[in-house]
Design a protein around this ligand. Structure first.
Ligand SMILES: Nc1ncnc2c1ncn2[C@@H]1O[C@H](COP(=O)(O)OP(=O)(O)O)[C@@H](O)[C@H]1O
Ligand SMILES: [Mg+2]
Length: 376
């Protein structure tokens, strides 16, 4: 490589931070655009640019400083990205793919157009609309834009629960009778080369509606594994963009696989890949940005990734309890995101555990959960 590639990351959260940890292994200079100068990625980049990722001018000017642009969060200014792309900047994921993904309504229509299995849905604008769709209940009501980590999703079982529905443009989709939630991450480079990770199982925290823990690989049949990987590959091809695509899916009680949603970036469901797979999702993202051959997605050892979230009842300057006890457990790896303030349900870090069997993984995870806590 003739010169140091300048890589720009829109957003300064933990996904950006972990990408930067890997970026340090490559001949690159890293730039982060983020409003919060104390954000997780701020301390690890070469150049921190303070600015709003949703602002046209901020994103456009930032794009002019780098050779390639990527994201660690979807909620970025699209117009600036389209303009930068027109002017020749490499941007992964492509703005056209991001545009579809930013809007859950467009995303669902996209799956339908591309014959990708997904639950039936209708688009709604306001409460009066909803009355016309009683046949869809029970359903999940989702804000078309701006939701994350379960914020912006309401489960509506019957008409009396319509009061919980969103009065803004939303998607009403049939409730899936879920057997298991899984995710498959796919990487695609500019040559069209593809690397597909084994499916992982995501178990959600019912209170906060975010991932509690993952099991990798998911304990599903070989057929389900192949089918899930095939669907995730199909989704990636349909988006027609280099990048990382994390495809969240439901396996329903009848064994059918339905796509829930896709994130065009590194994802919570790939954290375990840092220790559990030969090439991590961040290594893969770097290879895509550098236009290099992709890595090996194979599992080195079964793993469990436990999200460390702020304990209930604690709001303030963070403190970690039980780090030593967690690290005493064999093959246990702690990742803290460097957030100075904790609050209930906030993602503060994660722990990855490697063991030969699911049973051993679960026993070790209970130990970590018992001792290692985020308080203040
Ligand atoms: N159609 C559905 N049927 C059943 N559960 C759903 C459905 N859609 C979403 N959920 C539940 O809500 C969670 C969050 O929904 P999701 O669309 O993934 O939003 P987010 O952007 O917050 O991740 C899902 O992981 C799943 O547990
Ligand atoms: Mg989701």
């Amino acid at each position: 490589m003739s010169h140091t590639l300048k890589i720009g990351i829109l957003g300064g959260g933990q996904l950006g931070r972990m990408l930067l940890q890997t970026a340090a292994n490559y001949p690159v200079q890293t730039f982060v655009l983020e409003n919060d100068s104390a954000a997780p990625a701020a301390a690890l980049c070469n150049v921190f640019v303070k600015g709003d990722i949703r602002n046209y001018e901020a994103v456009y000017r930032f794009g002019k400083m780098v050779d390639v642009l990527t994201i660690e969060i979807e909620n970025v200014n699209l117009e600036a990205l389209f303009k930068l792309e027109e002017e020749g900047l490499r941007i992964f994921p492509k703005p056209a793919a991001l545009k579809i993904i930013q809007d859950k309504g467009l995303q669902k229509q996209f799956y339908k157009t591309h014959a990708i299995p997904t639950s039936d849905f209708v688009l709604t604008d306001n409460e009066t609309n909803l009355q016309q769709h009683l046949a869809f209940l029970p359903a999940a009501h989702k804000l078309r834009t701006g939701g994350y980590d379960g914020k912006g999703v309401e489960i509506i079982n019957n008409e009396t629960e319509f009061s919980r529905a969103f009065p803004e443009p939303s998607v009403l989709e049939k409730l899936v009778d879920i057997e298991m939630e899984i995710a498959v991450i796919v990487a695609k480079n500019e040559q069209g080369e593809i690397a597909v990770y084994p499916p992982v199982e995501m178990v959600f925290n019912p209170v906060y509606n975010l991932v509690d823990y993952l099991i990798s690989p998911a304990n599903i049949s070989a057929e389900h594994t192949l089918r899930a990987q095939k669907i995730a590959t199909q989704v990636t091809h349909a988006f027609n963009s280099p990048g990382l695509f994390a495809v969240e899916m439901f396996i329903d009680k009848s064994g059918a696989i339905l796509v829930n949603e896709t994130a065009p970036r590194a994802h919570n469901s790939g954290h375990q890949s840092m220790e559990g797979n030969f090439s991590s999702q961040y290594d893969m993202q770097m290879r895509v940005l550098l236009n290099m051959p992709l890595g090996n997605t194979d599992t080195i050892c079964p793993s469990l990734m436990l999200n460390l979230i702020g304990e209930k009842g604690y709001n303030g300057p963070v403190q970690y309890v039980g780090l030593e006890k967690a690290l005493r457990l064999k093959n246990t790896f702690v990742h803290l995101y460097g957030k100075s303030e904790t609050k209930p349900g906030r993602k503060m870090g994660h722990v990855t555990i490697l063991r030969k069997t699911t049973e051993e993984l679960k026993v070790a995870a209970e130990e970590v959960r018992k001792h290692f806590k985020v308080i203040c």
